[in-house]
Ligand binder design. Structure first.
Ligand code: SAH
Length: 256
């Protein structure tokens, strides 16, 4: 029987999870953005941490992520660099959980990133809109899958950070917009796929409108109890299916 248990901020894992003390202490430190003794911290742009990434990928295979391209992307993208340096810890950057990135936001759990990417069924060259750039990690995974990525972040400092890391890591073709995701990005529509990594209370209509016919959208919907929803547009009709229970940060309403 599959157990559904909530795991930290950011997302829910349907397979159950342990909470080691080695996770809790650095988590609190990262939340506050302070150094935490006993844990190797930092790791500038020169460190690579391939063993941690390989362990993360083994975990994804255990979770039945089967798309080889998703696995290859997760193996390649240096997740730790998307976490601001003072919140970056060796083990935790690649742990099976979401992680604080500042401004009350989190980088999603690796499993949720992989799962949502897999469900988008992306083909190379497709145009993808992401709402909620956050750290920039999900955008990097999408770019690594060969997508043309447009991503919107409402917190300017996070958008700036993501822009810098993405460019430094060679994903300079990812377009990052500082703005309100509820509006989408009409200048670049229609999109082949839309992924939302923060949770609106209801389906944002502008995003449905900006999806091309044959396009797919994946997003969490809800306030406390959230569910991933997969939407397909076919011959002008919209078909929605409910998926995993998850927990994302809310999609906040912009001021304008
Ligand atoms: N995809 C991210 C995880 C993002 S956390 C990653 O890979 O790290 C969700 C992000 O959505 C937060 O950074 C939050 O600021 C942003 N967000 C919330 N409401 C938004 C809105 N209306 N428009 C754009 N971004 C929004």
């Amino acid at each position: 029987m599959t157990e559904r248990r909530r795991i930290g901020p950011g997302a829910t894992c349907p397979h159950g999870i342990r909470f080691p003390v080695s996770y809790v202490i650095p988590f609190l430190a990262a939340l506050l953005g302070i150094s935490c003794s006993g844990q190797p911290k930092g790791g500038g742009e020169d460190v690579d941490w391939p063993e941690e990434r390989a362990a993360m990928v083994r975990q994804l295979l255990n979770y039945r992520i089967g798309d080889r391209r998703v696995i290859a992307a997760m193996k390649k993208v240096r997740r730790h660099l998307y976490i601001p340096e003072r919140r970056r810890y060796r083990g935790s950057a690649y742990g099976d959980h979401a992680w604080p990135i500042g401004h009350g936001q989190t980088i999603s759990q690796p499993y949720i990133v992989a799962y949502m990417t897999e469900r988008m069924q992306l083909n190379p060259g497709e145009k993808v809109l992401e709402i909620g750039t956050g750290s920039g990690y999900q955008a990097a995974i999408l770019a690594e899958m060969g997508a043309k990525v447009y991503t919107i972040e409402i917190i300017p400092e996070l958008a700036d950070h993501a822009r810098r890391v993405l460019a430094a890591e060679g994903y300079d073709r990812v377009k990052v917009l500082t703005g309100d995701g509820y509006k989408g990005w009409p200048e670049h529509a229609p999109f082949d796929a839309v992924i939302v990594t923060c949770a609106p209370e209801e389906m944002p209509q502008a995003l449905v409108d900006q999806l091309r016919d044959g396009g797919r959208m994946i997003l969490p919907i809800g306030v406390r109890a959230q569910r991933l929803v997969i939407l397909r547009k076919e011959q002008g009709k919209v078909r929605q299916t409910d998926d995993l229970m998850v927990r994302f940060v809310p999609m906040v309403k912009g001021k304008h």
